[in-house]
Write a protein that binds this ligand. Structure first.
Ligand code: ADP
Ligand code: MG
Length: 237
């Protein structure tokens, strides 16, 4: 297992955001954290990332106890809904950024940037500024930047939420294809049932700070473990 979460609890004041989370995320799979807004998905993702500390419990990444490791030591790649690109930097430099702050050799950075531009089909846009890209192209740049550091895990929080339906569908297919190519362990947050069912190998349904069920899309449909899962996934059409 790539990510092992045990007995994670998180409160904000009196509010219980996560309660007794136990979760194993397998290496190389694309896992969706699915649930309604306010359920605790982003909080769990941020705890995996090291952007937030759990109140108690343990997070292990590839066999290493990461519970107290800061984000920059976890080798995780991120993509968020609103991607904060460096506006004054070209697409190529945005992709290179994570490698530059890690002081990788120049030749290695150049090679990696070329590889990533090709992977997300943005080669012809390498010298443009992010403002000259469409929303979908910007999120592809964000994917390239996250993958450039060769992360142990790739974490995405509603990465396509701000895009219109057609581009979302396109980006979903992109994510699936990229994942099949690089096989990086990926955890993907969404509140969109269809998105999770279409993209993920495995789905973790989260509601009210608790895990309702973990399973493949088929398993969730064939054997919903709780009334919540049944109603959240809705009738099979
Ligand atoms: P989701 O991503 O599933 O929509 P979140 O993990 O963002 O849910 O939030 C879960 C709950 O925790 C929400 O009710 C939210 O308001 C609350 N919450 C999240 N972060 C904070 C914070 N920093 N301070 C106070 N409450 C928070
Ligand atoms: Mg969220």
């Amino acid at each position: 297992m790539s990510i092992e979460i045990s007995q994670v609890n998180k409160n904000f004041g009196d509010f219980v955001a996560l309660e007794g989370i136990d979760l194993s995320i397998p290496t190389g799979q694309l896992t969706a954290l699915l649930g309604p807004s306010g359920g605790g998905k982003s909080t769990l993702l941020r705890i995996i990332a090291g952007l937030e500390d759990a109140d108690s419990g343990r997070v292990e990444i590839e066999g290493v106890d990461a519970t107290r490791l800061p984000a920059q030591k976890r080798n995780v790649g991120f993509v968020f809904q609103h991607y904060a690109a460096f506006k004054h930097m070209t697409v190529a430099r945005n992709i290179a950024f994570g490698l530059e702050i890690r002081k990788r050799p120049k030749a290695e950075i150049a090679a990696k940037v070329d590889e990533m531009l090709e992977l997300v089909h943005l080669g012809q846009f390498r010298d443009r500024l992010p403002s000259q890209l469409s929303g979908g192209q910007r999120q592809r740049m964000a994917l390239a930047r996250a993958l450039a550091i060769e992360p142990t895990v790739l974490l995405l929080d509603e990465p396509f939420g701000a895009l219109d339906a057609k581009v979302r569908k396109e980006l979903r297919d992109w994510l699936r294809r990229l994942h099949d190519e690089v096989h990086v362990t990926t955890v993907f947050v969404t509140h969109d049932q269809e998105e999770a069912l279409e993209v993920a190998d495995s789905i973790v349904v989260i509601n009210d700070g608790r895990i309702e069920q973990v399973g493949s899309p088929d398993e969730l449909y064939d054997a919903p473990a709780t009334d919540f899962v049944l109603s959240f996934l809705g009738p099979v059409t």
